[in-house]
Design a protein around this ligand. Sequence first.
Ligand SMILES: [Zn+2]
Length: 265
Amino acid sequence: MLIDIGVNLSSHRFRDDRRAVLQNALDAGVEKLVLTGTSISESKETIDICNVFSHDFPNMLHATVGIHPHNADQFTRTASEKMYDLAGEDAVVAIGETGLDFYRNLATPKDQQESFIGHIELAKKIGLPLFLHERDAATRQLEILSDYREHISKAVIHCFTGDRATLHKYLDMDLYIGITGWICDMRRGCDLQAMVADIPINRLMIETDAPYLLPQNMIFKPKNKRNEPSFLPWIAKKIAIHRLESVNEIIDKTSENAKVFFGIE
Ligand SMILES: [Zn+2]
């Protein structure tokens, strides 16, 4: 069994064929998906998707509730209360995605930090793990995480793309690391390929981040370039090569980690 811990299934690019996408995932052995919430409305839509498909795809779909750093200007006291309510839904297994993105700075750094800290406090109050994003903001992200470390139960840095020093600082805080198809990219993925073996096997999880980041090692790429959860095995294969481990070991251990992390069975 594979578990994809990061899928943007509420994306408009899946609007017309979600059922087929879920069936494709199952056929590829990807039996559980954690759908990413990136705003209040997307978090709600994500929970709705879990509920709509719970009959035909039992125990397959779970959701996170959060406001992506790009949308951090949405974070207010009212938004936090709304997230608290949404987090009470059965499908919800984590708070996020949240964190800092100083690469694009689509929201101001000030708004991003307030939202990030608000999410940490919310996760503590509810007792859920954190699903974290970070791009070009490692120094400040690490400072905030270390200030609040005792309040955080578990957290994963999803789609890790940073440098080796940053990776080890996250690991020293006992955080989990999510690896996407970024590692499959011949050019951009080189650094990650060289350091993926540094991640202890019990801290590693895998994700497609679909519809983004189509794995470039796929032999037959879809014409529309859309990534799907059914392509997760390509990421597992690439990780196995660079860790000198078997694909089955990567699949088994990352699924076991995801079950423990998100508390899903
Ligand atoms: Zn992200």
